[in-house]
Design a protein around this ligand. Structure first.
Ligand SMILES: Nc1nc2c(c(=O)[nH]1)N[C@H]1C(S)=C(S)[C@@H](COP(=O)(O)O)O[C@H]1N2
Ligand SMILES: [Mo]
Length: 514
């Protein structure tokens, strides 16, 4: 007589088999590169292969949330597949076996295509496949035996088989938890963090001028002039922070150069380090958005490194690659410009770069949005002809070149804040990197533009704070802001979205008095 597993049990077997496959893969990945975890590899490939609209849809949840949502969506998809695989295998283990092999091959392929993983990394999805298959066949066998005993009504055997299945599946579930947590713990950037701590502080021989007194209006609600490292905005496509030790880091400069050069961390640290205070901005910042921060970066001029290699005249762009395979390209002229002073940075606010901000080394180019310049975990610079290759966000319809647009934001009041009648301080930030902010104007309830007081300027590569004290009657009010830079350009009212090369429009805030 034909035996069929009960639905619940069949589904459970599917989930446990897939769960153990992913958990063991994650654990093995902790030793061969956490990115080889089949779960993370599939997630990373999903990010890289996502259609444009999905990427943009995800981004509106913010960089932390879109990652979390992606992890959840992938987990749910995998769980559904696991249940289906289980249900399809009620009569015979063949369908589940086939699905396991297919999933295994897909994750092996996903890992092989990650540019940041070595050969050994294949061990993780391979272990995953073997364990997944093993657990599936084993639990399926136990459950089938039990089902047979039940249909034959074999008294005591039935009870033994039932217990055996329960204990085995409980054991598998516990093992899944231990392996997943263990992998997460062992694989979470421990070596890189140790290497970072061993470096101590990073001090520049040529310090940036001290931040002038009155550079911010933090007392009335603007950000502090320097953003502390743990509050600096973070944007990247990395689902797990690349873990690279300073000892293992190398930067290669090649392509259209006279001589290819390679630097290790000591080469860079041993040079005369310079410190520059720079405001970084993300192109995906909406008008009024949070993706802007300022730090004192320490490093060496990229210009010096590029000159050592000798840039050939036909080179038009510097194509940069990070250890996790993310790429960008920056016009050679911007990298070589002395006024701009693009850096290969190894320090941020006196410390080595935090892991999330590109440890051991990143690029910072004042005046250009991060996606066309600020490669974190950078390991390779190739001089190419203009347009010879396309880079990560260019392939996703963002502009090839993207200087930062002059912008301003109201930080106080917050939207929908209410005040007692009397004096209200309106305050915020404005930025026009490499040009400098000339003037900021505020308009209340659609009235006359009034010039705001500007904070003391640190340099033309950083933001500038502004404030205006106003007396307002009771009721609802609306404040708008616009900045003018030293080229004479005044922000236009017309709103354009961030894609393809940065948002425009006036930021406004509604609040009430009374
Ligand atoms: N390797 C890598 N570097 C990257 C990115 C990335 O996704 N991967 N994102 C870029 C973008 S879009 C921005 S705005 C800046 C953000 O740098 P931060 O996270 O240190 O603020 O890094 C840039 N460098
Ligand atoms: Mo960005």
């Amino acid at each position: 007589m034909e035996t069929r597993l009960p639905r619940m049990k069949a589904a459970l077997i599917g989930v446990l088999a897939v769960g153990s496959a992913l958990a063991v893969g994650h654990l093995v990945a902790a030793f061969v590169g956490i990115g080889a975890s089949p779960y993370l590899a599939v997630a990373n490939s999903t990010v890289d292969l996502s259609p444009q609209w999905l990427t943009e849809f995800g981004k509106q949840f913010g960089p932390e949330w879109d990652k979390r949502l992606l992890f959840i969506a992938i987990a749910v998809t995998i769980a559904v597949l696991a249940v289906l695989a289980g249900l399809l295998s009620r009569r015979s283990p063949v369908p589940g076996t086939v699905i396991a092999v297919v999933l295994g091959v897909v994750s092996i392929a996903a890992v092989l295509f990650r540019p940041d993983l070595g050969q050994l990394a294949v061990l993780a999805p391979a272990a995953s496949l073997l364990v997944g298959l093993g657990v599936f066949r084993w639990l399926h066998g136990l459950a089938t035996r039990q089902a047979r005993a039940e249909s034959a009504d074999a008294g005591a055997d039935k009870e033994i088989d039932r217990r055996r299945f329960l204990i085995s599946s409980g054991g598998v579930a516990a093992g899944v938890g231990v392996a997943a947590v263990g992998g997460q713990f062992l694989g979470s950037g421990g070596d890189a963090e140790k290497s970072r701590r061993a470096l101590g502080s990073i001090t520049a021989a040529r310090r940036a001028p001290a931040i002038p007194a009155g550079a911010d209006f933090a007392s009335v609600g603007t950000p502090s002039f320097i953003t502390p490292n743990d509050r600096f905005y973070r944007i990247d496509t990395a689902l797990t922070v690349p873990s690279l030790r300073a000892e293992d880091w190398k930067l290669r400069i090649h392509g259209l150069v006279d001589t290819e050069v390679e630097y290790d961390f000591d080469d860079i640290r041993g040079r005369e380090l310079v410190e520059r205070v720079i405001t970084m901005t993300c192109v995906s910042n909406e008008v009024g958005g949070p993706y802007i921060s300022t730090a004192a970066f320490t490093g060496v001029y990229l210009r010096d490194l590029l000159m050592e290699a000798g840039v050939k005249p036909e080179a038009g762009q510097v194509f940069a690659t990070s250890v996790d395979g993310w790429t960008t390209a920056t016009p050679v002229a911007d990298m070589l410009s002395e006024e701009r002073g693009a850096l290969l940075a190894i320090g941020m606010n006196g410390e080595p770069l935090p892991l999330e901000h590109g440890f051991p080394a990143r690029i910072v180019v004042p005046g250009l949005y991060g996606y066309v310049s600020a490669t974190k975990w950078v390991i390779d610079l190739e001089l190419i002809r203009d347009g010879e290759k396309t880079f990560y966000w260019q392939d996703r319809k963002w502009a090839k070149e993207a200087p930062i647009k002059t912008q301003s934001r109201i930080d106080a009041p917050r939207s929908f804040q209410s005040f007692p009648p009397g004096k209200v301080s309106i305050a915020g930030i404005a930025w026009a990197q490499t040009t400098g902010v000339e003037r900021v104007e505020v308009r209340l309830d659609g009235g006359q533009w009034r010039e705001a007081e500007l904070s003391t300027e640190a340099n033309d590569q950083t933001w500038r704070m502004w404030k205006l004290d106003v007396d307002l009657t009771a009721g609802a009010h609306r404040a708008e802001v616009r900045a003018t830079d030293r080229s004479g350009y005044t922000q236009v009212e017309e709103r354009v979205p961030p894609i393809p090369d940065g948002a425009t429009g006036w930021h406004s805030v509604n609040f009430t008095v009374g």
